[in-house]
Ligand binder design. Structure first.
Ligand SMILES: [Ca+2]
Length: 215
């Protein structure tokens, strides 16, 4: 084979390797606004409505959902799940129209602590696995999350943001309120473009007027 041909084949092989590497790197993180990778994990919380079923984020399309990543066994995780369970009850009771769902994903290797973490709490608790035996929890890897991250998704399963309970511990009422407001905001449909709401007097009447009508 001629030298230019060998060089061409070598370059083509190198390009293919670079593409493969870039796909691996891209697959290891989820950017804001990007649809999260799908999965199907078993709900191991015996008092959850989906106990024993395989649960997927695609089950929550058309709803805002929030996914907590914990390690069952420690008191911190049990405390977090307690506050998230309280948040779910709070939202269901006071803002049912928002239809927000909160779930937990337990890191592979922490299976033995699940019963303690979920005792008395009925949010789904999904058990992650290490199916490819690389030593890392599969969904934790594909969603690129850290311990105590809460990933908020919109109704298209696109990531809105990651709310870290390490930074915003829910034992602090300000953190609890901040998360609650974020979830409600995520579930609130914005006004159509070009339309404004104008307060009309003390009666609290609102008039909807097109922004450019009087221009
Ligand atoms: Ca793995």
């Amino acid at each position: 084979m001629c030298l230019p041909c060998k060089n061409y084949l070598r370059l083509r092989s190198l390009a293919a390797e670079l593409v493969a590497i870039s796909v691996l790197v891209a697959g290891s993180s989820v950017a804001t606004g990007e649809m999260v990778p799908d999965f199907a994990l078993q709900d191991v919380n015996s008092i959850s409505a989906t106990y024993g079923q395989l649960v997927s984020p695609r089950d929550y399309l058309q709803q805002v959902s929030a996914w907590y990543f914990g390690q069952a066994g420690g008191g911190t995780c049990r405390t977090d799940v307690g506050y998230l369970d309280q948040m779910q009850r709070d939202l269901d009771a006071n803002d049912p129209e928002a239809d927000i769902r909160i779930l937990g994903v337990n890191r592979a290797g922490y299976e033995s602590g699940s019963s303690a973490v979920t005792a008395g709490r009925d949010i789904p608790w999904l058990q992650d696995v290490d199916g490819n035996h690389d030593g890392f929890s599969d969904v934790w890897t594909s969603w690129d999350v850290q311990y105590r991250d809460l990933v908020i998704l919109n109704g298209e399963n696109e990531k809105l943001e990651t709310f870290s309970l390490v930074v915003y511990d829910l034992r602090n009422p300000d953190s609890y309120d901040a998360l609650r407001k974020k979830l409600i905001a995520a579930a609130t449909v914005p006004e159509p473009a070009g339309v404004t709401l104008l307060a009309a007097g003390a009666a609290g009447l609102f008039i909807c007027r097109r922004r450019n009508r009087d221009r």
